[in-house]
Structures are given as C-alpha cells and as structure tokens.
Write a protein that binds this ligand. Structure first.
Ligand SMILES: *Cc1c(COP(=O)(O)O)cnc(C)c1O
Length: 762
C-alpha cells in the first residue's frame, strides 16, 4: 500500500486540499481515518477458544502512535509528515486522551490488550464507554479541583457496531449500545477489539465541576468512571455501572458463541472470561442466569461458569476489596440476588469456615463479598507479582488457598515496551537497535545483550546524552504547557502515580522538608535536585487532597525562596495521565517507588521507569522485589522495613487494639519530629490552609496507618546516597544501562504468554 497516496486521497476527500496544506489538526483527522481503515481491514485472529478480558477500566492513552506502530506504518507516516514539515508528536498533541481508567489497574488492562493482539491471540476487552472519563485535574490555590474530561469528539476511535443488548435493571430494562475500538496487533496481521458499552441517551457534561444527579438513570450510567462513592447514591451507581457492563458483556459472549457455531453447553471449551479485579464479578451470577435461561440446569450452568471464569486479584488493602450490601443487588438487579444466594448456599455447604462465605453478616445487613464469589466460582486466581501472590496465599486469602491449593498462581505484571520504550523514547530505542539489533523489539529478552556494553564508555556516554536530551525536552514542554521552570542539569527525581497514603507521597514530602531545613541551616546539598510529582486524588479522599495541598504549599514556599530554589525545587505536574507519563518517564533519573512494603501489589510504573534507564529508589514491595533480583543490589536503592515485619506489625495492632507505634517514633526520634512539625509552621501555612495541614499533622503523628515515620529515616539516607552516587557519571551510567538491559522480563508480552500457557490456553 502506498501510505502517502492514501493520506493524499483522504486529505483531498476531507478538506479538498493537498496534504502539504494541512495543519496539525487536519493531519490528525486524516491519520485517524487512515489508521481506522487499516485496522478495520484486518481480520480477527482465529481460534476455538476466545478470551474476554472484563475490566471496569482501560487506560488506553492516546492511540495514534501506538496504532501506527502496531500497523507497521509508523516510520512511513513519520516520513510523509516530515516531508510536509510536520512531526508525528505535534500531530498527536491534537488527540484527546481517553481517561477510561484511574491508574495502574486500567493501564495494565491496556497493555494486556496490546500484547494479546501482538501475540496474535483471540482476545477482546469488555468495558464501559465513560464520556467524561475519570476527571481532569486542575491545580489552583494549591488545591486540586476536578472537571469533566470529555474525550469523544465527532471523530474518535469509537466504531459504532449497531449491536444492542437489553440490561434488565430493577427499575426497568435499559438498552446497551456497543461501540468498539480496534486493537491492531504488532508483528501480526490481526486486530482484536475493545468493546465498550454505552446507554442510548447519555447525559451531557455537568456544568462546572463533576457533581451530577446520581439518581438520573440510565442517562448517567456512562458519564464518569467510579463516581464519588462517599455517599450511598454514589455506591449504588457503581453497582448499576457494574451490572450494566457485565450483563451486556455476558450477552455479547453468548451471542458470539452462537455465531461461532458452538453449542452453549460447551461454553467452557470456547470461552475464557478474565475478571480484572472484583468490579466485573457479577458476570458470574449473570452468566449462570443467562445459561439457565438457555436451558442449562442450575448444576450444569454453575459448573460451566466455574470452568469459564478466572479472577485476578490486585490488592490486599481491605478497603479496596468490594463488599456490596445484598440490598443494593436486590435493588439494582433483583433477578441476580437468588442466584448469588444459591452460589453462597452451595459454597457454605461445601466449606463451613465462615471466613470463606460469599454472603456475610446478620440478617438484614448481609454483604456480598465479591472476591469470595470469584474464588469459589473461578478456576484460577492470580496475584500480580511474586510477593503479592505469596502474601495472598500465606495470609490474606490463606483459608481459600487451603481449600483450593491449585487455583492460586502468580502472573507478574508487565508493560508494553512498544508504548513505554519504542514510542516514548525513540532515541534510546535507536541506540538499542545499534547495540543489540532491532530484534529486541519483538523479543525484549535480547536487551540482556546490552550488558556487553557495560564498560563501553561511548555507549555509556550516549545513554547519558539521551537522558539529558529527554530532560531538556520535558523541561521545555512543562514550561510551555504549565509555566513550570526547572533546571535540566539537576537530578530529576520523580514520583508519579495515583495519590494514596499507602504510596506515601507524604514521606517524599518529608524528605523535601528535610532538605529545605538543611539548606536554611546552611547545609547545602551536593547537587541540585528537582522533585517531581504527578498524582490525582480521588475526589472524596480527604487525606489524599491534604497531601496534594502539602506538596503545592512546599512548592510555593521554595519557589519564593532564592536561597533554596537553586538547590531544591518541587514540581507538581497538573493532570497526570498517560501522555504525561510518556514524557516524564524517559526524563527520569531517580524513580520513586516507596509504598509501604506489602501494600503495592505490583506496580507497573516501576517497570516503565526501569526500561527507560531510571534507577529505582524503593521499598522491597510488589514487583520492586523482582526488579531488585534482576538488576542486583548495586543497581537499585532499596530501603525500609520488610513486608514480613510490616505484616507482623499490623497483626500486633489488631491484637493489641493499638492505633499506632508512630507517636513513639515522633517523640523519640529527634530527627523526625521537626519534619512533621513543619506542617504547623507559619512559614509554610501562610501559603495555604492551616487546618488542612494540621489535619495531616494530626494523622501522621497519631495514626500514620501506612507508617511513613517508620521508614522515613532509612528513606532519607538511601535517597541522599543515590543523589551522591549520581555525581559519578560512569558509575551512574552503568546503573542506567543495567536497568534497561534487564527490563525484558517486564514486557507484558511475557506476562500474556504466561496467562495463556497457564490459564487461558487459547
Ligand atoms: C503506569 C501508570 C500508572 C501506574 O503507576 P504505579 O506507579 O504502578 O502506580 C498510573 N497512571 C498512569 C498514567 C500510568 O501510565
């Protein structure tokens, strides 16, 4: 196919002008259509078994570059654009970013779709078409506010399919319309689909912020991802959303089964449903219901479903494991309640331990424990990193592992290196081509060959030169887009991820306070450091918002202090999303992965940073453990209490009903108290809301549930050591090289190959 000619034709047809006369906006729309045509001309992969990946989130990011790469025309399109005086990255700026996910979990689902297609496997995603996404974050007056993020324009990646299903809610039936997004596979000729369900008449964006009438159903079902669940109407809406997704999804699965010519009695031979966290769990009873409607007995339906569904657990945080009041389900989908009760009765008959029951609680106050339903009625339960799976098996889900020892398995997460290295860091990718050959793009384990260059000063110099260029590019972009000034010669120390107390952005802020106080006391750091944050807080998560407030107040304090800011700067990127991640990660020197050990199931940000030659400063948590094993202790900065110790401390707390040991640390460690007390200092509080900072102080000194004070001293010394080592250029460059060389294991192609071998067998 002649790429240029087709682009010319499209530009003539759409705009009546030559390609060379088009601006970025027009070129984007030409390329959108061009890419859609190519994707839609590809067949779906063949196979007797098909996977459906059910997920409430798909944080797919912008698709243009990604799809051009998968379609094998990235270089040709870049060439054509260059001939007309444009660049692909500028054209892609026009694309709105779909925000169909919160963070890691949704991004994982997107990486998985990319890898499933790249391996040529038949596997589609199933989710919801949120019109205003998560939300767009604004930072004003040192606080976060939220706006809708409309991403669906007249032309978008959505393909109307004309397919419709009827979802039977308690208040009446609602039509679910299906839209698809094509998922072309790299290195294969096929394309899969991401299926997104929508209501017939979606409501317009709310005025001003993101508040809306949560009772306005069905129009509001697909407005936002996870509406504010701090009140009952918000929680109920989530159950409505979940049932909408799984009922329409299950009907699609059955319709395709029939179209593929298979008998409904053989569904488990031909369909796998992977349940991504507990949000889609109601697919289990819904599928049982639909199968019995199609003539299967209850026994047979239950057996088939239990051989069709598999569950991925993403968290051990108790507050994140969904338990819905039975009354919610009776209201949302009354026909589902008797089936869930039946599933519970069967589970209770087989296993008397009340800890493994699906329905728990006294009469009238029963809750449905979604994960328990998944484990009893799924044939596989997987964790997402070796440590996480061990914790599930040995403590969190131990009673289940005792009953079903063979069900539990680990699938360490991964990321698609196509997006997270090839596209986002083309200069490094080109250097890797030169060093190890282009084959790494299909077989990332080849990156290990980079180790041959461990002592090659010219390669080490080029790795550092590329990092320096990426840092300058980031500084330029942030100046242009957000008016942020930063010194590209300084160390870029980056923590970007959702804001959560367990991820401990507050501990990072305590480090900033340490350095600030040192500089004010005349103790000048070895070299300038830029501490970069990016994080959205859930709109109803008060403590997370206080932490953002602290970071922004520190930023302003330091910005106003000419004694401090040559050495220490704080930057908070507004509206952290996939597009920002693609710019930040290639420019990072030190990757902050500092969650409290045992709390981050895996992390995937850590893997993206590693691939791009950032050195991890992290706790031995989640996949950091596996990163440490791969790069060796000299190429990572590990610190902090071990997960075993932390689990023991939580057990002690539960036994002794103790709220915190931290008050002891606060009072006993002379170096720690002034850091926390700085939150009350008028020098800081003049820039913000003294009450919010006081509330944060009270929490850290009194409760500190995620133990930032326990680790803060070892954190400060590990971080200072990393910043010191950075000064020895060849020494640091080798660490960068080793991190990139060892990242092949974290390709999501590897993860998906393992899912397929052990769970899906497609
Ligand atoms: C990868 C990614 C995440 C996950 O980051 P973690 O550090 O693993 O929590 C979150 N948000 C975006 C935009 C990402 O690209």
């Amino acid at each position: 196919m002649d790429v240029k000619q087709r682009m010319q034709e499209l530009s003539q047809a759409k705009y009546g002008q030559e390609l060379s006369q088009c601006g970025d906006e027009q070129l984007y729309h030409v390329l959108l259509q061009f890419t859609q045509e190519l994707s839609q001309s590809r067949p779906a992969p063949k196979g007797e078994r098909k996977l459906y990946y059910f997920s409430a989130e798909f944080l797919i990011g912008k698709l243009l570059s990604n799809n051009l790469l998968a379609l094998g025309v990235f270089d040709q399109v870049s060439q054509v654009l260059a001939e007309c005086g444009h660049t692909l990255s500028a054209v892609e700026e026009v694309e709105p970013e779909p925000s169909l996910g919160n963070g890691g979990l949704g991004r994982l689902a997107a990486c998985f779709l990319d890898s499933i297609a790249a391996l040529g496997l038949p596997g589609d995603g199933v989710g919801l078409n949120y019109h205003y996404g998560l939300f767009e974050q604004k930072l004003e007056n040192n606080k976060q506010s939220e706006r809708p993020n409309p991403w669906i324009g007249d032309e978008s990646w959505l393909i109307p399919t004309g397919k419709e299903f009827e979802v039977p809610f308690g208040f009446g039936p609602v039509r679910a319309k299906l839209f698809d997004i094509a998922v072309p596979g790299a290195h294969t000729g096929i394309a899969n689909r991401l299926h997104l369900f929508d209501v017939e008449n979606p409501a317009p964006a709310p005025e001003g912020g993101i508040d809306f009438d949560k009772h306005d159903l069905p129009a509001r079902l697909t407005s936002f991802l996870y509406p504010d669940d701090s009140d009952e109407a918000g929680r109920l809406l989530r159950v409505y959303q979940q049932y909408f997704m799984v009922s329409a999804g299950a009907q699609l699965v059955l319709k395709e089964l029939e179209e593929r010519g298979f008998d409904v009695h053989t569904i488990s031979d031909h369909v796998v449903i992977q349940i991504n966290d507990t949000h889609p769990s109601m697919v289990i009873p819904e599928l049982v219901r639909l199968l019995t409607q199609k003539g299967l007995t209850m026994d047979e339906a239950v057996e088939q479903v239990a051989k069709t569904c598999a569950y991925t657990n993403h968290t051990i945080l108790a507050e994140a494991l969904e338990k819905w009041p039975l009354t919610f389900i009776e209201k949302v989908a009354p026909q589902l309640a008797p089936i869930i009760k039946e599933l519970d009765t069967r589970a209770k008959a087989a296993h008397s331990d009340p800890k493994v029951a699906i329905i728990q609680g006294e009469a009238g106050k029963e809750v449905v424990h979604m994960a328990h339903m998944d484990i009893h009625y799924g044939y596989s339960v997987n964790g997402v990193a070796a440590l996480h799976t061990d914790i599930l098996k040995s403590s969190e889900l131990k009673p289940f592992n005792d009953i079903y020892p063979g069900k539990f398995n680990n699938k360490t997460n991964g990321v698609t290196l196509r997006r997270w290295l090839e596209v986002c860091n083309p200069k490094l990718a080109a250097l890797l081509d030169e060093c190890v050959g282009k084959e790494w793009r299909c077989d990332p384990n080849r990156l290990n060959k980079l180790m041959d260059f461990y002592n090659d000063t010219s390669v080490l110099d080029r790795i550092q030169a590329i990092k320096a260029e990426n840092k300058r590019a980031l500084a330029d972009t942030l100046r242009r887009e957000q008016g942020i000034e930063m010194d590209p010669e300084s160390v870029f120390d980056i923590q970007v991820k959702r804001l959560h107390e367990y991820k401990r952005q507050q501990m990072n802020a305590l480090y900033v306070i340490r350095k600030y106080l040192d500089i004010k006391a005349g103790k000048i750091p070895e070299r300038p450091v830029t501490v970069i944050f990016g994080a959205k807080a859930a709109p109803a998560y008060v403590m997370a918002k206080h932490i953002i407030h602290l970071i922004l107040c520190l930023r302003q304090l330091i910005e106003n202090d000419p004694q401090v800011h040559p050495w220490l700067r704080v930057v908070m990127v507004e509206n952290y999303n996939v597009s920002w991640a693609e710019k930040l990660i290639p420019a990072c020197d030190i990757s902050e992965q500092i969650s409290l050990a045992s709390k981050e199931a895996s992390g995937t940000g850590n893997m993206k940073f590693m691939a791009n030659g950032a050195v991890t400063l992290g706790t031995r948590d989640g996949a950091n453990v596996e990163i440490a094993d791969l790069v060796g202790p000299d190429n990572i900065y590990s610190f902090g209490a071990s997960s075993n110790w932390i689990i023991e401390l939580y057990e002690q707390k539960a036994r002794d009903h103790k709220l915190g040991y931290q008050s002891e640390i606060y009072y006993q460690r002379p170096d720690v108290k002034p850091l926390v007390d700085f939150l009350l200092n008028p020098v800081l509080t003049q820039y913000g809301d003294a009450d919010a900072l006081k509330a944060l102080w009270t929490d850290i000194t009194g409760k500190d549930w995620f133990m930032s004070l326990l680790d803060v001293e070892s954190y400060i010394s590990a971080r200072d050591r990393a910043i010191h080592d950075y000064g020895d250029k060849p020494f640091w460059a080798r660490k960068m090289l080793v991190n990139t060389a060892r990242c092949g294991f974290f390709s999501s192609d590897r993860t998906i190959a393992q899912y397929n071998k052990d769970i899906w067998r497609l």
